[in-house]
Design a protein around this ligand. Structure first.
Ligand SMILES: C[S@@+](CC[C@H](N)C(=O)[O-])C[C@H]1O[C@@H](n2cnc3c(N)ncnc32)[C@H](O)[C@@H]1O
Length: 281
């Protein structure tokens, strides 16, 4: 493997002093490695900068944020702002450094940071993420807010609390689990054509203690219509964030998305689903 040695000059804790950290960079991202600093001593703060620079060199999207997410995750926090300042200036332990290097190297393979740290926040829930299940988008949080508004109105008008919903294409379970979390009497039947997505939704439901009000099924909404009608009780609403990218837009996608997320496959089977859709029956 070909290495070049680079000396990063990093701001030393507290201000104007600089300290050099020598690292060896591999010549390509595919080789995927940055050797740890020669003296094995680096603070969290320095590691953030070093990896942000390295990500920039390799064209990783949002280099600083990605580096910050990974290092805060290793330090047991969601964001760098949550890490005490002193901790940021302490030298990483061997174990922490090993983890930072391992996770950051995964990022070099263009794996989205959400898969690297294996979790992501959606509204007020922390969900486990697993490649290649779709990573919930911020716009989907808005979709959930809209559905919640509709459901509040329906409950108020119908004087019913025992509503039932169907989610088509549950992915990680973000939509169903957020709705269940917000409305304690709700029950949801969720389905996905991907077995990995079904397992992930089930795992997230168990982690959040919402499994008793959620039925998750490995079904294809096009091919298994009879089974869905048979297994799913009558529902009051259907919600879905289906595959929504048009083929002409796929060329513009980031490598991170194209090579890791399988939701695009749905376009072949759901050509008539062209946008985020939600409806109440
Ligand atoms: C855009 S993702 C949305 C995932 C999740 N609901 C979210 O918002 O994060 C679309 C999901 O639909 C699933 N899907 C695609 N075609 C399907 C089909 N024919 N039947 C059931 N699920 C399907 C995919 O596996 C994927 O998990």
């Amino acid at each position: 493997m070909l290495f070049k040695t680079i000396c990063f000059r990093l701001m030393h804790s507290g201000g104007s002093k600089h300290r050099s950290v020598v690292v060896r960079l591999s010549s390509s991202a595919a080789e995927g490695a940055v050797a740890p600093p020669a003296n094995c001593r680096i603070t969290a703060e320095q590691a953030v900068r070093l990896w942000a620079q390295h990500f920039t060199l390799h064209g990783i999207s949002e280099p600083l944020l990605s580096s910050q997410y990974i290092i805060s995750h290793v330090l047991g926090q969601k964001t760098l702002e949550c890490v005490p300042r002193k901790r940021l200036r302490d030298t990483l332990t061997d174990r922490e450094m090993e983890r930072v290097w391992k996770l950051c190297s995964k990022c070099l393979t263009r794996m989205p940071v959400q898969y690297v740290i294996e979790e992501w926040d959606f509204r007020d829930l922390t969900l486990k993420m697993k490649c290649p299940v779709f990573i919930p988008r911020p716009e989907t949080e808005e979709l959930v807010s809209l559905v919640l508004e509709d459901l509040r109105l329906i409950r108020w008008e119908s004087h019913r609390t025992d509503l039932r919903g169907l989610e088509v294409g549950c992915g990680s379970g973000a939509i169903s689990l957020s709705l269940l979390h917000s409305i304690p009497q709700l029950r949801v039947f969720a389905l996905d054509q991907s077995q990995t997505a079904v397992c992930l939704t089930t795992e997230n439901a168990n982690r959040l203690g919402l499994q008793d009000r959620l039925d998750v099924h490995h079904l294809d909404v096009i091919k298994d219509a009879d089974a869905i009608l048979r297994e799913c009780d009558p529902v009051d609403f259907i919600v879905s964030n289906p595959p929504y990218l048009l083929s002409q837009d796929m060329k513009t996608l980031q490598t991170e998305i194209l090579s890791h997320i399988s939701f695009l496959e749905g376009l072949k089977t759901m050509p008539h689903w062209t946008g985020v859709w939600t409806g109440c029956l």
